[in-house]
Structure formats: C-alpha cells, structure tokens
Design a protein around this ligand. Structure first.
Ligand code: SPV
Ligand code: MN
Length: 644
C-alpha cells in the first residue's frame, strides 16, 4: 500500500522535493475544474484517472480544465477550440484546416526522446535513455506552470477497435487543441471504454504541453523533451507540436505497447495491414514493415486492394491463427509527392470537402500546395517559415521549399474509398503474410519469400534502407532498420527478436514472410521497375499463400518463376514482361549479398542475439559462398537454381 501511494504521487513528491511550496488539493477543490467537468471525471469511477488528472493540474496549473467525453458536442468543442486558439486556421474547402509546426519542429526529435530508466542498461541496439529521477526533475521543471494561461484538455481514447481484446485505453492530457483534434481524427473514442476498466489502472497516460507559444508555435524548442516512463506506462512531452512528438497516442504509445506486448505475449509492430484481393473474390490479409521512403504507403494503397491501417499494428494468436488490428483509425501521412496520378485515392480525399488537417504545406488564398503535387505552385503564400516567397532563404542561407518534405495530412481512414470493410472489426483480421520492405539499388531482388519463419525473422531483422546522401557521392548510405522499428523498440533487442521467433509456436497456420525492394537500378542509374510493378509482386505473394505458384529456391529465399510473372504482368498490368527484365531483376547478386551479410555480422558482432538468428546469418552466408563456388559467377541467373 505504502508503495502504491509513493508510485501514484511521484509527480507531487518530486515537485515537493524540488522545494516548491505546492499545496495538494483534492480535485473537487481545484478552481479550474467546474462542476460539469468534475462530474465527467467522476462518472468514470476510476481513482487512478482522477489522481493523474489531479497531479497534472497541480503541475501544469491550467486556468481551465475541460474533460472531453465521446459526445458530439464535446468533440466539436475541441475542433472549434483549435480555431479559437489559432493553432488551426480554416481553409477554403469545407472542413479543411491548416496547422503549422515551428520551423525547427518539423519531425520526430530522436535526440530528446528518451526512456526514463532506473539503472544503466545495455539493450543491444540503439536505446536513448536518461536516469529516471534526473529526467523527471528536468521535465517537471519544464511542465511546471506550463498551462498557466492555457486550457487543459483531458481526452480518452482507445488504441485499437473499441470493445476488443486487442485494445489499450489511453488518457491524453494536453494544452494543444490541435493535438486533441488530431487524435480525434486518428484514434477511436475511449471515454466509454474507460468505464470498462472498472477502476483498474490498466491504461496509458500522456501529458503534453506545447509550452510557451510565439506566433502560435512552441517557442522554447531548446527545451523540447519527450520522456517515456515504461514502468508507469506514462509519457511526458513538452515544448513541441509536431505530431510525432506531441501526440501521445502515436509513436509514444507504440513504445509503451511494445513493452506491454513483451510482457503479455503478443506483438506491437510498425506495420500496415492490407487486404490483398486474389482470384475469385478471395481476400488475404498482409501486414508490412517498411522504413520511411521504402514504399510503405504506396504498397498499402496498391490499386485494387483494401487498406486496414497504415502505421501501427497489434498482433495476437487466437485459436492457432495470427490476427491483427489497426491501432489507429486515421492516417497521418506524408504529403510530399501525393498527386492525382500516383496516389489517386489519397489525392481525391485531400481535395474534396471533409474534416482534415494539413500541416506544414503552403497556403495561398486558402488553398494548399505541396512539393510533388504535379500542379502549378504559386510563388508566394504562408508556410512553415511564415510569409513565404519563391527563393526565400533561412538563416543558414538554405532555400526554403514551398512545403516541408515531412509536411503531412491528417484524415480519417474512412475518408478513403479503399478502406477495408473489416477495418474496425474488434476481432481483427487474420494475417496470412508479412512483408519486410527495404530499399537498395544493387542487392535485394524485388520480391523474395523466406525459407522458414525464422529465416523470415532474420530478413526482417536485417532490413536496410539506402539513402542518397549528397555528401557520399554516387554510393548510397545503407541504414540498418530492423523491422522498420529501430526507433521504437523498448525492450532489449535480443528479447524483441526472440518474441518474433516465438510467435510462430503453436500456430496452426504460420504466415509467410516476404521481403520487397522496389528500388533496383541498372548501371546507368535508372530504376529497373516501374511504380506499378509492386502489384504483381504482391499478387504473386498472395498466390504463394495458397501454393498456386511454384517458386525457385535460391540461397537467400524463394523467388518467382518467369512464366508466372509473365502471366501476372499481362493479367494485372497489361504489360509484356520480358525474360531480359526478369534476369536483370531476379539474378542473384552474390557479391552484393555477401557484402550485406558482412555488414550484418559487423553490426551484430557485439550484440547478444538469439541462436536462431545467428544460425540464419551463418547459414545464408555459407549458402551464398557455396553458390559462388559452384557456378563461378558473381551474378547468378535464377534459371540455374531451377534444377538444384
Ligand atoms: C513515422 O515517422 O514512422 C511516422 C510519422 O509514421 S511520426 O508520427 O512522426 O512517427
Ligand atoms: Mn510510422
């Protein structure tokens, strides 16, 4: 009991110990909470909720506290408040608004996002942490009085469909109506869900303050901090507005979920979910993890298929099968290069009346413009740098683009015509295949099926994405990003991989695992594939789930047969796929693959890993070397593996 008290009040304990005279009030005595809002809190009948709200009030000292239920009136109140505070402005088209984040607040702040941990840890791969007591003191000092002139919003959400075994309840406290409004577009309402807790503390808690605002944007960016308390299922975020930093429910909740999943025997992954539509009306659900710029959204949005989610997935084993839900109900998508040719469904949603938020695009006469929209862009307007004109430079003499490369749109998933009918099913959808999508110009074949589940986990754990950094000349820089999840893994890396390996135990149907690479290039630097080709890869992968195509076994996995692709290219894209193209795309580049194996051996040399992973790395390296010896070639035609 003693222990519980200390835990519950660690907020106030720390404030008090930092020598400030804080009077601990009961929530009913707090002036900023009126009777109606108090009643809304009390109706939840949950002392844990009441006490965290009370602690947050005590710390942030808002002038007013508003509790938002799932009612239309309350949700509308948030929408209107974002306009009143000026965090969002109305655009010409009905329902559209624009929000700007500060010039230096345009992406996730990896350096200042840290776990609050009690002792020195070695998690294997990349973990950013701060000693807990020190971190709490620092962030409390920034949050202290942060809402002195602001209104505190208290919102309840469900991560995952409501009334579902998959889902987690989440409480968001913020002084940003933009944050609260964005979460309304991106997540399911959860006030009624909280009643289902019957008093338990099994919920995530997020406290955010945008901090001092100057011209509507967070002014104290040097004091931007995002601290994650895995032990208490809490995250504190201050002095920022960019959604990846400020919205507790997105990547912050995701980190808490990975830890919770680890403890409870399920998986939380940085993956989309899509329905792949095979022959005869068959729908096969795929999930996919792709580092940014590797084709995640374009895969989820392949024409003719349906989308369940585009960012975060919870998986469970139910009756020997893998099922999954989309944690979100909206999309916070990159707008760069969204245009009517390449992304017709998204473009349509962004250019018709509906509730949506643009962020960090260019606004001219109430209309949004962005890079790569394939539309004439005006020479002036307002963007994330303030008043903008073509040629404007920043303080470092860098020309400012009309829109930021990470400019975004926030919409509900049901704004898209291709939403899958099971997108909100509390039982989730059955998962029959998983894709790990990487990016390189010279190594990985466009689509490869793993040899086994464990080999598939190995493929996921060795995903690389090649960036074209100007400073490095023609050679790209390859960034290792296991399961596209490196930034978010909140358990030791070995444990994370073990959880993937173990997930197949006891399954009646083990999902197939594939890798994709849409970015192979020829010597002249031209892409070997068109943007549309991924439709063929995914339909081949879908057919393989049912054993409809034979495959060729190579040292790195199974690849399609030429005849099958030829048929699929004609059927799906009305395109003649030549044998020369096939050979260019599906020949095994042994030396390049061996170079990749070497990079991986180096990365994992000092990282404790499960034996199965180490064995897969060794076995694949050996298979590659054997093939090179056997065929005496650097690049081996897939036909050569046909009769082995
Ligand atoms: C990502 O970066 O993977 C995103 C956007 O989905 S953010 O909300 O910034 O995480
Ligand atoms: Mn993401």
């Amino acid at each position: 009991m003693e222990n519980k008290q200390t835990k519950q009040y660690n907020f106030t304990k720390i404030i008090l110990s930092s020598n400030k005279s804080v009077l601990i009030l009961k929530i009913s005595e707090v002036k900023s909470v009126d009777k109606m809002n108090l009643r809304k809190l009390e109706e939840l009948n949950n002392q844990h909720v009441t006490s965290v709200v009370q602690e947050a009030i005590q710390l942030c000292k808002p002038v007013k506290v508003t509790v938002i239920t799932d009612s239309k009136e309350d949700i509308n109140y948030v929408r209107e408040l974002a306009l009143t505070t000026g965090e969002e402005k109305k655009l010409k088209m009905e329902g559209h608004t624009i929000h700007f984040d500060g010039y230096y607040d345009q992406g996730r702040d990896k350096a200042h996002t840290k776990y609050l941990l009690s002792k020195d840890v070695d998690w294997g791969l990349g973990v950013n942490y701060i000693e807990k007591e020190k971190g709490l003191k620092e962030i409390y000092s920034y949050l202290d009085g942060s809402m002195a002139e602001k209104e505190m919003l208290v919102r309840f959400f469900s991560l995952g469909p409501t009334n579902s075994i998959f889902s987690i309840k989440a409480l968001q406290i913020t002084d940003s109506a933009y944050v609260a409004h964005s979460e309304d577009l991106l997540y399911r309402p959860g006030y009624e869900e909280f009643k289902r807790l019957v008093g338990s503390n099994d919920f995530f808690f997020f406290l955010h303050s945008a901090g001092r605002l100057k011209k509507g944007v967070s002014a104290d960016i040097d004091k931007r901090r995002i601290y994650i308390d895995l032990e208490e299922n809490r995250v504190y975020s201050v002095n920022n507005q960019y959604a990846g930093n400020s919205l507790g429910l997105k990547k912050l909740a995701f980190r808490l979920a990975i830890k919770k999943a680890n403890e409870e025997g399920w998986l939380a992954e940085h993956m989309f979910i899509m329905g792949v539509h095979g022959p005869g009306g068959r729908v096969t659900y795929f999930t996919g993890a792709f580092p940014s710029a590797c084709g995640k959204t374009s895969t989820a949005m392949i024409p003719g298929q349906t989308v369940v989610g585009d960012d975060i997935t919870y998986f469970r084993k139910i009756n020997g099968k893998v099922r999954a839900v989309n944690v979100e109900s909206g999309i916070f998508g990159i707008i760069h290069s969204v245009n009517s040719e390449d992304d017709p469904l998204i473009y349509q949603a962004l250019t018709t009346p509906r509730e949506l938020i643009f962020s960090n695009v260019l606004i001219n006469e109430g209309i949004s413009y962005w890079l790569g929209m394939k539309h004439a862009i005006p020479n002036r307007g307002t963007n994330y740098s303030g008043e903008w004109f073509k040629g404007k430079k920043d303080s470092e003499d860098k020309e400012i683009d009309c829109s930021h490369k990470n400019a975004r749109y926030t919409i509900r998933l049901n704004a898209l015509e291709n939403i899958d009918p099971k997108a909100n099913d509390p039982a989730g959808v059955p998962v029959q295949a998983i894709i790990y999508g990487g990016r390189d110009s010279d190594t990985t074949m466009p689509v490869v099926e793993s040899l086994t589940w464990s080999h598939g986990v190995f493929i996921g754990a060795t995903v690389e994405s090649e960036t074209t950094a100007a400073t490095i000349g023609t050679q790209g820089v390859r960034k290792h990003n296991p399961m596209a999840n490196l930034d978010f893994i909140s358990v030791p890396f070995k444990t994370y991989i073990e959880n993937h390996l173990k997930f197949a135990y006891g399954l009646k149907e083990v999902p197939k695992i594939y890798s994709t690479n849409y970015f192979l290039k020829d010597e002249a630097g031209s892409y070997l594939n068109s943007k549309l080709d991924k439709r063929v890869w995914i339909l081949w992968a879908e057919g393989r789930v049912y054993g409809e195509y034979e495959a060729i076994e190579t040292p790195v996995g199974r690849v399609p047969k030429y005849e099958d692709l030829k048929t699929l290219f004609i059927r799906e894209l009305d395109k003649d796929y030549t044998e020369a193209e096939y050979l260019q795309q599906f020949s095994l580049r042994v030396t390049k693959y061996l170079e990749k194996m070497e990079r991986m051996s180096k990365i994992f040399k000092n990282v404790e890993m499960p034996a199965a992973f180490t064995e897969d790395l060794k076995a694949q390296t050996e298979r590659l070397k054997e093939a090179r010896t056997k065929f005496g070639e650097d690049i081996i035609s897939p036909f050569k593996f046909l009769d082995t």
